[in-house]
Write a protein of this length. Structure first.
Length: 239
């Protein structure tokens, strides 16, 4: 396997990734930027892959305790090496485990996740990427989110990035159990339909759901907007 060293957050973060297969794009960076939690919190990145989201969050928040969980041994090995490259080895732990095998209960102040986007009955994963990074397996979206919620401590928060067309399903799964739900659309360009959404919910909160203004990612010429640049390259928080 050929491994590349790539730079995120405008060169502030070094990430090791396989040259072939699934490679982190902007979704994990945006997910990490959406997480706002108390100082010293313990955070789980569920399905962490090579660690892009977890390490981006760790760069912005050096006070946090980081845990990444994934079933892919190769991806986890790269995540551990990247944590060391970025001086985060002492505050990060990576666990090899499948979601369907169950997660620790009430163990984390926050769980963030970029679940596989595709229902096997509704799409086909691209041939040049890790299938399990895109296609639901034994743990479908319902099981994935159930385990994530069960892993939260009281007053903990769940942070999800997913396809906009699956928003109704996500809300149906989390609304009976979480409150203070916030939905943040991600628009490719001004006037275009959102393709991704970031959804946040909290245990032990029953305040009404909010639809946030959202983020426009690209200008008409394809360049990132200044707001997107500030997050993706400047490391600012989203929201």
């Amino acid at each position: 396997m050929t491994v590349t060293e790539d730079l995120l957050l405008g060169g502030r973060l070094r990430l090791l990734q396989p040259e072939d297969g699934y490679r982190a794009a902007i979704d994990p960076v945006l997910l990490a930027a959406s997480v706002a939690i108390p100082e010293g919190a313990r955070v789980l990145d569920l399905g962490c892959g090579t660690g892009a989201a977890l390490l981006c969050l760790g760069w912005r928040r050096p006070d946090l305790r980081l845990v990444g969980l994934d079933a892919d041994e190769t991806a986890l090995a790269l995540a551990e090496r990247s944590a060391a490259l970025n001086d985060m080895a002492g505050r990060s732990t990576f666990l090899r485990q499948a979601v369907e095998d169950g997660l620790p209960r009430q163990a984390f102040d926050a769980v963030m996740t970029n679940p596989p986007y595709l229902d096997p009955g509704r799409g086909t994963a691209p041939a040049n990427v890790r299938r399990d990074a895109h296609m639901e397996g034994r743990a479908d979206l319902a099981r994935w989110l159930d385990e994530a919620i069960r892993a939260l401590r009281p007053k903990g928060s769940l942070h999800i990035i997913h396809r906009a067309d699956r928003l109704p399903e996500i809300l149906a799964l989390i609304a009976p159990r979480l409150g203070a739900i916030e939905i943040l659309p991600l628009w490719p360009k001004a006037g275009a339909e959102a393709r991704r959404v970031i959804v946040t919910g909290r245990l032990d909160r029953r305040t009404p759901a909010r639809l946030l203004p959202g983020l426009v990612l690209h200008e008409a010429d394809g360049r990132f907007t200044p707001a997107a640049e500030a997050i993706l390259r400047g490391g600012q928080r989203l929201g």
